[in-house]
Design a protein around this ligand. Structure first.
Ligand code: 5GP
Ligand code: ZN
Length: 138
């Protein structure tokens, strides 16, 4: 299903043109218009899903193989040393376009580390308590 008010539905289905690096029946992969590094791409399903929680399993299982294909092509063609996959779910997690997508971000030797955080510290008991809460909700 497409959503008429969704820009990524229009991009993924070719109604709005974009710099496309890959397309198949399920996905279009385009270059991000505000790249974190040269070649920063977005994998966008052609169907509308708000986020990972809404994504159909039949589409979800196809996401990583396409990300790998594009990441390998980036390494060959752009000379990046590696790449990050980033996938935001919810406003508080940094999601700004509410149509599921995966960022594929080339990482270059000597360049900035794009995805980073300051490690905190937790006791083993606190880790186990948190793990128990998540397990109980699965
Ligand atoms: P989010 O923050 O939702 O994970 O990422 C949305 C991404 O989509 C941002 O990196 C933003 O630059 C990109 N973006 C938003 N609108 C457009 C667009 O119309 N064209 C392209 N190529 N990228 C877009
Ligand atoms: Zn959409």
């Amino acid at each position: 299903m497409k959503n008429d008010n969704c820009i990524f539905c229009k991009i993924a289905n070719g109604e709005i043109s974009s710099a496309t690096v890959y397309e198949d029946g399920n996905f279009r992969v385009i270059l991000d218009m505000g790249p974190a590094s040269k070649g920063h791409a977005l994998l966008i399903p052609k169907e509308h899903f708000k986020d990972l929680c809404e994504l159909d399993d039949s589409v979800a299982e196809k996401v990583l193989p396409v990300c790998r294909k594009v990441g390998e092509a980036m390494k060959k063609s752009l000379g990046c040393a590696g790449f990050n996959l980033v996938q935001n779910n919810g406003e508080e997690a940094g999601q700004t376009v509410f149509h599921f997508h995966v960022h594929i971000i080339p990482r270059y030797a000597g360049g900035p580390k794009i995805v980073s955080w300051t490690p905190g510290s937790e006791t083993p008991e606190a880790l186990e308590e948190t793990a128990g809460k998540i397990r109980a909700a699965l």
